[in-house]
Design a binder for this molecule. Structure first.
Ligand code: PLP
Length: 389
């Protein structure tokens, strides 16, 4: 067993989870309180206030669902969609596909529009789709983690609302890592996950709903198909009545609160900028050794760098070596990108210049063992030059 295997020390630079700060781990280990203990209820109130800050919203219905990002996705669809409701799902990667699957399971009549993986939608495509077939809800992924593409939302939101629909946004990867404006962009339902740019362990899913979304929930005729995710009950626990629904994951909420405090101490704008800066340094380094980004130029995500595995280079061998020799985890490709992409995450606590430099140096060593020609040292040289200016 080598040193790394013994310590299990990792640098998490994949599509999530990201590195967790010791402050957050310490919070996780504090004594467990009862889920109705007045002190714990105060903690939940604080979680809600901090979530409003990161979502940039005043939405009253803002809370952390028990479960990972996918639970947040199901929460949004299960509560907003009634059987037979027409829903438009925009698909440009794995998570758009997952949304369509979830919407169908909730009884939606789903229509799909698709663009090539790595590309983003332009607002006319949404306009056209809604003209062809009206929808009550339009769902779209803000940061498509499977392709590294970032979807602009402002114009799309205007079109969706002009057509009288609600806008449902997947912000699992974007929240806390890039600009997201729930109120200013009029997003009606938005969900995220604790383990990406918030850098908390996986297990909670922040969600927020506009008053229009709440109105649609309040007017439901059919019960929400999922008992566990039914917000009409969960609201009464997070809200005034404090009615027991299910046992809140108490310690996970301590951890999330600590992670959110770290976000607000840094300041959201500074955090977004840190992600951009480190992305640019990484990109300069990768491109200097001929590695190409897969997402559409101008729409490449700072926190998720999807690049093409160079020809003849063995995807798995490189990722295994990165993990075994350097303790660095990066992601492979999903779906259409399986075996063809590396997904290098710079999320939350993982988005540091130290990690970028370490990764580029480690990657050069791994690539040197592959049938791939590049100028040795060029990645670090370019990264250093970029970091200096
Ligand atoms: C990770 C991710 C999810 C799913 O979250 P889980 O925590 O794995 O359930 C959904 N959407 C996007 C865009 C993601 O990156």
């Amino acid at each position: 067993m080598n040193y790394l295997q013994q310590t299990m020390k990792r640098v998490l630079m994949g599509p999530g989870p990201s590195d967790v700060d010791p402050r957050v781990l310490e919070a996780l280990s504090r004594p467990t309180l009862g889920h109705l203990d007045p002190h714990f209820l105060e903690i939940l109130d604080e979680v809600r206030e901090q979530l409003k800050y990161v979502f940039r919203t005043t939405n009253e219905l803002t809370l952390a669902m028990s479960g990972t990002g996918s639970a947040g996705m199901e929460t949004c669809f299960a509560n907003l969609v009634e059987p037979g409701d027409p829903v438009l799902v925009c698909i440009n990667g794995v998570f758009g596909m997952r949304m369509a699957d979830v919407a169908e399971r909730c009884g939606a009549v789903v229509s799909r529009i698709e663009v090539e993986w790595g590309k983003v939608f332009d607002s006319e495509q949404i306009e056209q789709a809604l003209k062809n077939k009206p929808a009550k809800v339009v769902s779209i992924v803000h940061a498509e983690t499977s392709t590294g593409a970032g979807q602009p939302l402002e114009e799309i939101s205007e079109i969706v609302h002009n057509h009288g629909a609600l806008l449902l946004v997947d912000a699992v990867t974007s929240l806390g890592g890039m600009q997201l404006e729930v109120d200013a962009w009029r997003i009606d339902a938005c969900y995220s996950g604790s383990q990406k740019c918030l850098s908390c362990p996986p297990g909670l899913s922040p969600v927020t709903f506009s008053s229009a979304a709440v109105k649609k929930m309040d007017q439901r005729k059919a019960k929400v198909q999922s008992w566990y995710l039914d917000l009409s009950m969960i609201r009464q626990y997070w809200g005034g009545e404090r009615l027991y629904h299910h046992t809140a994951p108490v310690n996970m909420n301590y951890a999330l609160l600590e992670a959110l405090k770290m976000v607000s101490e840094e300041g959201l704008e500074h955090r977004w900028q840190r992600h951009v800066n480190n992305h640019q340094i990484l990109k300069a380094g990768l491109e200097a050794i001929g590695i190409q980004f897969l997402a559409q130029p101008g729409h490449q995500l700072p926190m998720l760098n999807a690049v093409a595995v160079p020809e003849k280079v063995e995807d798995l061998a490189v990722r295994r070596q990165l993990l075994q020799e350097f303790g660095i985890e990066i992601g492979g490709g999903l779906g259409a990108f399986k075996g063809k992409a590396w997904r290098i995450g710079l999320m939350g606590a993982s988005a540091t210049q130290g990690n970028v430099m370490l990764f580029l140096a480690a990657l050069e060593k791994c690539l040197a063992a592959q049938p791939y020609r590049f100028e040795k040292g060029a990645a670090l040289a370019a990264a250093i030059a970029k970091a200096e200016n």
